[in-house]
Design a protein around this ligand. Structure first.
Ligand SMILES: CC(C)(COP(=O)(O)OP(=O)(O)OC[C@H]1O[C@@H](n2cnc3c(N)ncnc32)[C@H](O)[C@@H]1OP(=O)(O)O)[C@@H](O)C(=O)NCCC(=O)NCCS
Length: 170
């Protein structure tokens, strides 16, 4: 996803302080089925993930996770838009053929959102109180998603940062 060679993990690691602040919220921990971690543990976890050679055991299957961290920004269409954009990128650029979402049984907003994206339940764990919703990419579904999204333009992280800086300076 990042073409900067040896610096691949940097964008993820730089954002962790803010992410860690969000993950102090008990409600968010529950909704995302996350454990409370110290900032040092967050860094170690992200680094381990970046270094993990086995994470792509099936490169055509992607687990999709989305979080609108600040409660005041939920219900405004951002989650839907971010999810559609990630799936669009996953299909077109990474060749993803199947998306999966693991969602807590009581997380109704998330369940509604993924069902609205035509995901279907494929498994349910009583132990983890979690359902797995899945969507296989078909040409019909891809066209429908494209219509939902409208026109979007892909650009690199570096390009978008440069554009933002230029806008601030104007
Ligand atoms: C789930 C989440 C990502 C949805 O993002 P959002 O920006 O709040 O949702 P949107 O405004 O984009 O709405 C998208 C869809 O979600 C559903 N939805 C959103 N809020 C809802 C609510 N309070 N109750 C029921 N459905 C809701 C609807 O289906 C909606 O589609 P519609 O407006 O076309 O009917 C967001 O609520 C969130 O981050 N929650 C906390 C973290 C989390 O649960 N992540 C998912 C873990 S798998």
């Amino acid at each position: 996803m990042d073409s900067s060679g040896g610096q691949r993990s940097q964008p993820i690691l730089m954002k962790l302080d803010r992410y860690h602040g969000w993950m102090q919220d008990l409600d968010l921990l529950r909704l995302t089925a996350s454990e409370p971690l110290s900032l040092t543990e967050e860094y170690k976890l992200q680094q381990a993930w970046c270094d993990d050679e086995d994470k792509l055991d099936d490169p055509s299957l992607a687990e999709i996770e989305v979080m609108i961290a600040e409660a005041g920004n939920r219900g405004r269409g951002f989650g839907k838009e971010a999810t559609a954009i990630m799936m669009h990128f996953g299909m077109r650029t990474l060749g993803i053929k199947t998306f999966q979402a693991k969602i807590g049984v009581g997380n109704h907003p998330s369940l509604y959102m993924f069902r609205n994206f035509a995901f279907e339940e494929v498994a349910r764990s009583e132990v983890f109180q979690e359902v797995i919703l899945q969507r296989t990419v078909t040409s019909e579904w891809q066209s429908w998603l494209q219509t939902t999204l409208g026109s979007i333009t892909e650009e690199s992280y570096t390009e978008s940062q440069a554009r933002r800086t230029a806008r601030v300076m104007l």
